[in-house]
Write a protein that binds this ligand. Structure first.
Ligand code: PLP
Length: 357
């Protein structure tokens, strides 16, 4: 099947095949990675290689630390305000994931929603100016790609004199990212990096160690930085698969520049078809459209339901839109091949011919 799930999402076949071939004997250990001690030299090699590949692929400068955590991207909604010295945040509200972040941040500090597209059901990215930011805020918080609504920042907001914190859960590794423009990036792995269970944080080293000393160890970035992300048992298998995904990106795709080209091509193909069709529409303003999550609807809810059902029968699965948007959503992360998008478009055409006159 072609799996258009927003996450956990499909993984490259190359990765799954390699993982299957190593299931009983990984790294000449005579066992699966699942069975390995995280203190073994074999696993140390897996985590070191994974980290080094991520640094190379994303061109992460030396002033940044890469941390492998658990708790999902959602735990970062709490860890960020706990770990940054001051907690006054200017947040741009672009959907469910900033609303959830807002709720948690509020428990620990002052939150100022500087802009929001909620009144238009989050169909665009609000553009702000430097003067819109609060005088006393410490950081600006954004969700760079809004998985549910299919919007994406094409340019980062101004944030002079403030830190920039960004949730890249659904766009990390889908394109080149200039890490030096951010102070903290985080992402749940289950869309573009590997299986659920792993969260990656890329943080400026000078922001580590600022948390209050009463901060629980497991919620303090310093604990992870000081212990090479192995203060306790890390999500070993997720890290291993993430390492394979990064290996695939380096050796099979040829890096993020190539990945970006492929992803742009996939997205353009799908948006062009939707825009030209009479039956389907995408609600997002064109300049803010996501390259990885493409929501679309027909004009009739019953037809949407029929679409989802018949698509499944045709091997196009997990295409149902989020309940707050309705209709359909095609998540076309890195592992979705061009052929998958072509198959989706072929199905959409056929469905349109059969159901629209
Ligand atoms: N942020 C974004 C942009 C997401 O898409 C998601 C999940 O879909 C989350 C945060 C929450 O991630 P998790 O389920 O790992 O906590």
């Amino acid at each position: 099947v072609y799996n258009f799930s927003a996450g956990p999402a499909c993984l490259p076949e190359w990765v799954l095949t390699k993982a299957a071939s190593e299931m009983l004997d990984a790294h000449n250990s005579g066992m699966s990675v699942m069975e390995m001690s995280h203190r073994s030299s074999e696993f140390q090699d897996i985590i070191d290689t994974c980290k080094a590949r991520l640094k190379r692929l994303m061109n992460i400068p030396d002033e940044y630390e890469i941390l492998f955590l658990q708790g999902g991207a959602s735990l970062q909604f709490t860890m960020i305000p706990l770990n940054l010295e001051k907690h006054n945040v200017d947040l741009i509200n672009t959907g469910q994931w900033t609303k959830k972040a807002l709720k948690e941040h509020k428990k620990l500090g002052k939150v100022n929603v500087v802009a929001s597209s909620e009144e238009d059901n989050f169909t665009y990215i609000p553009k702000i100016k430097q003067e819109d930011l609060s005088e006393d805020s410490d950081y600006v918080y954004i969700c760079e790609n809004n998985t549910i609504y299919g919007t994406k920042y094409k340019e980062l907001p101004p944030h002079e004199g403030k830190l920039l914190v960004a949730d890249l859960s659904s766009c990390i590794l889908s394109e080149r990212t200039d890490v030096s423009k951010y102070d903290l990036i985080f992402a749940g792995a289950q869309k573009n990096m590997g299986p659920a269970g792993l969260t990656v944080v890329i943080i400026k080293k000078d922001l580590i160690g600022l948390a209050d000393e009463k901060t629980p160890s497991m919620l303090n970035y310093k604990t992870y930085a000081d212990n090479d992300s192995m203060f306790n048992t890390p999500p070993t298998y997720s890290i291993y698969i993430c390492g394979l995904v990064l290996e695939w990106l380096e050796t099979q795709i040829g890096g993020l520049e190539n990945m970006e080209k492929i992803n742009r091509k996939k997205a353009k193909l799908l948006y062009d078809y939707i825009d030209a069709s009479k039956l389907y529409s995408n609600p997002v303003v064109p300049e803010d459209r996501s390259y990885t999550n493409v929501p679309f609807v027909t004009s009739d809810k019953n037809l949407d339901t029929k679409f989802v059902k018949e698509a499944k029968e045709a091997g196009i699965v997990n295409i149902k839109g989020h309940r707050t948007v309705g209709g359909m959503r095609a998540s076309i992360y890195n592992a979705m091949p061009l052929e998958g998008v072509e198959a989706l478009i072929a199905f959409m055409k056929k469905f349109e011919e059969e159901n629209y006159n």
